[in-house]
Design a binder for this molecule. Structure first.
Ligand code: KIV
Length: 270
């Protein structure tokens, strides 16, 4: 990445153009100003305030309990920490499905109150009309198909999607419909890698993969997974680029020992 690219704030058109030139987009989740600032300074292109906050920070098994108010809070925190990365606010369960009007109001709040530059919406063809309306009203939308965690009860498992021909054809059609509706990019979550490559090849807008192989135009991971902080489970597609939970345990251990033996605070630490 050039020095100029580092300094200019990322916009939707700039990121789409960079992907079209063959640059891979780097996407990570963020939920708070502190990590957002570090990740932004390290040069991440897009910070997604995912409803995975319900798992990572909330300790829930799924994302279904996350509310719009919680998402607005976390998105505003991330927006305050960021200077360059594009902030995308995830629309939680049933915040945009109930009507186009509800979607406009909820997404409008995500932009105005959360400070996001775009929203992410789970779902394929059935969400296309709503997405078209949002885009017409000036709200950039990132789509999300494949394993869509908000539909976990319908899907029945966390396994890879698009393995059989029927579902593969449906996902390809979903991707086409989302592009036509005006999405600026689409997250492909746990989509069979051959199918993810085919969708990426066919679309003009960038695909962002998670557990969908290397051929997507960019990759996203949950930041706490990537940093080795979230230990409840490790899906096969997650790589730990650090082992921060071990570092935290060690630091807490040393602090506890110092407090207990009376060596903290020292004479200069007052
Ligand atoms: O909520 C989230 O973090 C997500 C990404 C993992 C794509 O939707």
């Amino acid at each position: 990445m050039s020095k100029e690219q580092r300094q200019r704030p990322n916009t939707v058109p700039r990121l789409v153009a960079r992907a079209a030139r063959g640059e891979k987009l780097v996407v990570l989740t963020a939920y708070d100003a502190l990590f957002a600032r570090i990740q932004d300074e390290a040069g991440v292109d897009i910070l997604l305030v995912g409803d995975s906050v319900g798992n990572v920070y909330g300790g829930h098994r799924d994302t279904l309990k996350v509310t719009l108010e919680q998402m607005l809070y976390h998105t505003a925190c991330v927006s305050r920490g960021v200077q360059r990365a594009l902030v995308v606010g995830d629309m939680p369960f049933m915040s945009v499905q109930t009507s186009e009007r509800d979607a406009l109001v909820a997404c409008g709040r995500m932009i105005a109150e959360g400070g996001a530059a775009a929203v992410k919406i789970e779902g394929g063809t059935h969400m296309a009309a709503t997405i078209r309306r949002l885009v017409e009203c000036g709200i950039p939308v990132m789509g999300h198909i494949g394993l869509t965690p908000q539909s976990i009860h319908k899907l029945g498992s966390w396994s890879t999607r698009g393995r059989d021909q029927e579902e593969a054809a449906r996902l390809l059609e979903d991707a086409r419909q989302l592009q036509q509706a005006g999405c600026f990019s689409i997250v492909l979550e746990k989509v069979e890698p051959g199918l993810a490559a085919r969708i990426t090849e066919e679309l003009d807008i960038p695909t962002i993969g998670i557990g969908s192989g290397v051929d997507c135009n960019g990759q996203v991971l949950v930041n706490m997974d990537m940093l080795g902080l979230f230990e409840d489970f490790k899906p096969a597609f997650v790589r730990h680029f650090a082992t921060l939970s071990a570092d935290v345990r060690k630091a807490v251990d040393e602090y506890s020992r110092a407090v207990r033996e009376g060596s903290f605070p020292g004479p200069d630490e007052v």
